[in-house]
Design a protein around this ligand. Sequence first.
Ligand code: HEM
Length: 474
Amino acid sequence: MATAAQNDVPAGTRGSYHFPPGFERNLLWMALRRLRPANPIVLFQQLARDYGEIAHYKLAWNHIIFLNHPDYIREVLVVQNDNFTKERTVQRTKMLLGEGMITSEGAQHRQQRQVAQPAFHRQRIPEYASAMVDEAVRMRESWRDGEERDIAIDMMHLTLNVVARTLLATDLREEARELADAINRIMGLYNFLVMLPAAEWLVHARPPGLAAFVRARKRIDAVVYRMIEAHRRERSDSGSLLDLMLAAAPEHTPASEQSLRDQVITIFLAGYETVANALSWTWYLLSQNPACERHFHAEIDRELQGKHPSFEDVPRLRYVEMVLAESMRLYPPAWAMGRRARHDFQLGDFFLPAKTTVLISQFVTHRDPRYFPDPLRFDPERFTPEAKARRAKFTYFPFGAGFRQCIGESFAWMEGVLLLATLGQKWKLALVPGHQVEPEPLITLRPKYGMHMRIEARQSAINEPPGTIRPHVA
Ligand code: HEM
């Protein structure tokens, strides 16, 4: 870790506290002077560029520390994790997620994680593979050669159906569109809602500007309550995550119904947005890097020999996994994480007060040239086993770390590899010329203008089951 003396700007000492260097001016002042950066990633990049591994600023009366060094990141997420809760932005997502596994704390979080754990157990994961491939085959059969599609929307529908079928044992079909649409509306309002003081109260009071949020949330709730009801009626015991959640909440009080709803929505949102965005960015990056794209397709053809992929193929689709890993380096779906200190704490040479917010950004650390030379270059070879072993830990952490690390990590790797391989077996995706691509940091890192791509048939041999219509190959 750097010491204060290594930095140009002298660190501040207030009372007994010792703050790292950083912005002299309160960010609120800068915001009032319209100096607010266009998005938080720009702010984080500036902090990393100007102050290095640890930086401090204030927003109103809040102390905020931004970290960009693996030792500091490990210290907060792992070593001192008992001293931290999720920070305010996460707390604000409670307006949508309620008290699910992402937002809950302490005993409630532990209980929810314990209930869910068996559904993510290593032994359960293979069962999900065939449903994943099935959904991807359904999608690839609906695409037509030469058509232009918003792949970001397709990936959302695909992963929403996957999470519903596998973890929640529900066939959503048309409701997937309704859900994705309602969640999109909420995302559009998200920046506004997290910035606005007392937004929770305003949502409750239903001012006209926020009616869209309330309506969208109602639509999501309706789908979720229908799912819960259907499972109860059928007394399903598929062992799905939803069954586990229902079994853990046998009583039907309004509070327990609300809690079930919160947990299900959390799984939906955590389980589909992230993977969908990872896939959209991957298609984009492949389209911009023809040599990697050829390697990707060659591996799929060689390893699958024209048959549908299965769980057993996943370890052999190594390059596909490396492509996905490199894509999540450049465009990490979870682009930042925040914590809030319960008590005063020591971090390296600095002593910081309780209630300090600590921010960490995968987007910034994953693009740091110290850990990833020539960081903007797309290079899946950074993820060979040897290259990974050489790199310091906590320089690449798309799934977080410590006891709040993503519960769906193994699920997500397998899903990503299988969906990419199934779609890539039949199609090549080319960016529509002139389509603007820009990351937008909402709850996850979305392509701001969608991802408009042209679907092009590949000339690889696919052993289709009888009766499957093969697209015209130009
Ligand atoms: C590419 C895909 C994914 C990425 C990049 C991702 C990323 C993350 C990250 C960074 C965290 C930790 C947040 C923090 O510590 O503040 C997290 C937590 C979580 N993720 Fe994922 N995730 C992905 C897929 C999934 C999937 C498929 C599920 C399954 C439903 C899932 C469910 C969750 C849950 C429930 C948590 C909260 C865990 C806890 O706090 O105990 N995620 N995810």
